[in-house]
Design a protein around this ligand. Structure first.
Ligand code: ADP
Length: 445
């Protein structure tokens, strides 16, 4: 695989003011979760399959051997440490590799093995004796394209004849270039330029078209139209693969334009629940008072690790300064950090180097740290209308079956508005949030 000199800049930093609440950016969140992931996310739930064309057979495999891959590709898969297909791969791979090719729409949460599945399919469809692009893979951002390319490079470790090129910003080709690489991975704009504007490759010769992170894609201005323009130039025989972590009607409308007669597979995520969580609220008069509440809690219970959610970066940094001065080892994760910095913070926290992680909303979902026993809402989660944001509350506090250990959640309430949010959340989930008398905090142990 062509080793492109790709620089590893993080995505553009946001310039939000410190006062503003940190909103999660889907492309960044997705990238971060990919990078910090430590292996597969598996689900106990069953896979759901929908066939538009009932005559197409459906298989599922339990081993990679059963897929009859080229030997060097199978070697690459094993070299990555994959012993058996993940749940989504069991069902997706036979379809993706079938002859005649079949179209697929697949949805499952991040970390369940989608990328590995379509990369394997892409690689196995290449005819390396033909020196022109045969596979197009569209990603929503530069960074996500590079991540996918790196998976392809690893998997094709023993297939040096397969060539890959990134079609991303910074990659410039002289006019009149004819691209000879087999796989192009890139963003829609660049692929549109190379394929349609400058005719550097022939879209009518593409055999496989992959749309990765489709939900992030349609979130980005203009990307959807660019995808559709590229898609229009593809031959009707081209195999279409469409992957997404979420599933809603806007996305499915887009999917139906891109993918005719698909097999649709979905792996539902295991729902987070509040079942094993003891929830409390503490009445406070001021931010200082909230800080005292945290200190009292620390005085009373033995805490493994804790995550504290604040609404703004300013609060987060104020709190971290105070806690550090008091001798707590504290890490801060907020929106002004680059992706690389966030990874470093999370790695240290995971390793237990800091006991407390103070964060804004940048990553309410995805911080699956098993050792965390306490979650504090320094500020209650609210939406743009300043109403209770129950979904975010669940992501912050809830645990999935996998991390089913008991936990404690404490909400610090310093206004009527915060109290109202707390009551709304309590009503929404039908789970009691008890008043905690901080002087008498023994009861929480
Ligand atoms: P997704 O695209 O759904 O986010 P990935 O394909 O990136 O998921 O896989 C998530 C993680 O699991 C990656 O670290 C990947 O290397 C690993 N992985 C993927 N498939 C397997 C497998 N069959 N066995 C073990 N690990 C796997």
């Amino acid at each position: 695989i062509a080793g492109l000199g790709v620089s590893k800049n993080g995505p553009n930093q946001t310039s939000d003011s410190e006062e503003a609440a940190d909103a999660a950016n889907p492309a960044e969140t997705s990238l971060l979760m990919k990078i910090i992931r430590q292996g597969l996310v598996e689900s106990k739930l069953d896979i759901e399959v929908q066939r538009k064309n009932p005559s197409s057979p459906l298989y599922s495999v339990k081993t990679f051997e059963a897929l009859h891959l080229k030997p060097n590709l199978l070697k690459g898969v094993y070299a990555m440490g994959f012993n058996a297909p993940s749940k989504i791969q069991e069902t997706a791979l036979p379809t993706l590799l079938a002859d005649p090719p079949q179209n697929m729409i697949a949805q499952s949460q991040s970390g369940t093995g989608k990328t590995a599945a379509f990369v394997l399919a892409m690689l196995s469809r290449i005819d390396p004796t033909k020196n022109y692009p045969q596979v197009l893979c569209l990603s929503p951002t530069y960074e996500l394209a590079i991540q996918t390319g790196e998976v392809a490079a690893k998997m094709a470790k023993f297939c040096p004849e397969i060539k890959l090129k990134y079609a991303v910003r910074g990659e410039e080709l002289p006019k009149g270039t004819k691209i000879t690489d087999h796989i192009l991975i890139g963003t829609p704009g660049k692929l549109l330029d190379w394929g349609i504007k400058f005719c550097m490759f022939d879209l009518s010769k593409i055999k496989v078209f992959v749309l990765d992170e489709a939900d992030v894609m349609i979130d980005r201005q203009g990307h959807q139209d660019q995808c559709i323009r590229i898609h229009k130039c593809l031959p009707s025989t081209c195999q279409m693969m469409f992957f997404s972590a979420t599933y809603d009607s806007a996305l499915m409308e887009f999917a139906e334009i891109i993918v005719p007669n698909p097999i649709i597979i979905r792996l539902l995520r295991e729902e987070e629940s509040l079942d094993n969580i003891k929830q409390y609220y503490v009445k406070c008069k001021s931010p200082e008072d909230k800080y005292k509440a945290i200190c009292n809690i620390y005085g009373v219970i033995t805490i493994g690790q804790a995550i504290i959610f604040c609404h703004t970066r300013k609060t987060a940094s104020w709190l971290s300064e105070k806690m550090s001065k008091d001798g707590h080892s504290v890490a801060v994760l907020s929106g002004e950090l680059t992706v690389d910095q966030r990874i470093a913070v999370l790695d240290r926290f995971r390793a237990g180097l800091e006991k407390v992680l103070i964060t804004t909303n940048v990553l309410s979902r995805g911080i699956d740290v098993e050792q965390v026993t306490l979650v504090v809402n320094f500020d209650m989660p609210m939406d743009l209308d300043k109403k209770a944001d129950c979904e975010t509350y669940l992501h912050r506090i809830g645990r999935t079956g996998r991390f089913g250990k008991a936990g404690i959640a404490i909400n610090l309430i310093d206004s009527n508005q915060a109290m109202e949010i707390c009551l709304d959340i309590e009503a929404h989930f039908g789970k009691k949030i008890k008043l905690l008398d901080i002087e008498d905090a023994e009861e929480i142990e």
